[in-house]
Design a protein around this ligand. Structure first.
Ligand SMILES: [Zn+2]
Length: 215
């Protein structure tokens, strides 16, 4: 069974949804760098304050800040138990850093799942994304709506649209993805770890295709 998993894909390709499916099915924890950052921002920690200005404007959080956050995660992680990483690594230098952490523990990544989707289709989908500020759960209209419109199923919190889901911000994140993250696809292809999954299929099929890649 493949336990150390990375999810790649452009913003809004549904990485979080797929990660949640995999976590539920297999049990290894879903680790989202975006969520970790929002937690730090919520706590108003020095790292959170530093990251906040970048995140709110949809800008690239600099590598040294990302690595500081993720190294803290890595220190507390049981790499034998596995993980599903989403949002990290975001570029080749970050991937090389992660490889060095793995090598130092004598373990390796098992699989890198890349979600593929056209930009305009993703923009439409992201416009329907609503998240719960209280517990962090994300809903998707029309794919995965809450039972009651505007209300979180889990905690009853009022759902909001994240500032970085606005279209102008999203277009800029796409540009960043093309420049920074797409080279990662080749990086992991050369390592023989890449599995492509069509992000435009219905959510059940998307999750099933990703789950197959872990078997
Ligand atoms: Zn909630």
């Amino acid at each position: 069974m493949k336990r150390r998993v990375i999810l790649l894909g452009p913003p809004g390709s549904g990485k979080g949804t797929v990660a949640a499916c995999l976590e539920k099915q297999f049990g290894w924890p879903h680790v989202s760098s975006g969520y970790l950052f929002r937690q730090e921002v919520g706590k108003n920690s020095p790292l959170g304050q530093l990251a906040k200005t970048f995140i709110e404007n949809g800008k690239l959080v600099p590598d040294e800040v990302v690595l500081q956050l993720m190294e803290h995660w890595w220190d507390g992680t049981d790499s034998a138990a596995g993980f599903i990483l989403d949002g990290f690594p975001r570029n080749v230098p970050q991937a090389m850093k992660l490889d060095s952490w793995l090598t130092a523990r004598g373990v390796a990544l098992d699989v890198v799942i890349c979600l593929k989707a056209p930009e305009n289709e993703i923009i439409r989908r992201v416009a329907g994304r609503r998240s719960c500020p209280r517990c962090g759960r994300v809903f998707q209209i029309p794919d995965m709506p809450p039972h009651t419109e505007g209300i979180c199923d889990d905690c009853g919190g009022e759902l909001t649209q994240r500032a970085d889901d606005r279209e102008s911000v999203l277009r800029e994140r796409f540009e960043i993805y093309r420049r920074e993250t797409e080279p990662l696809v080749n990086y992991y292809r050369h390592q023989g770890k890449l599995v492509l999954v069509d992000a435009m299929q219905p959510v059940d099929q998307r999750c099933a295709a990703a789950a197959d890649a872990l078997k």
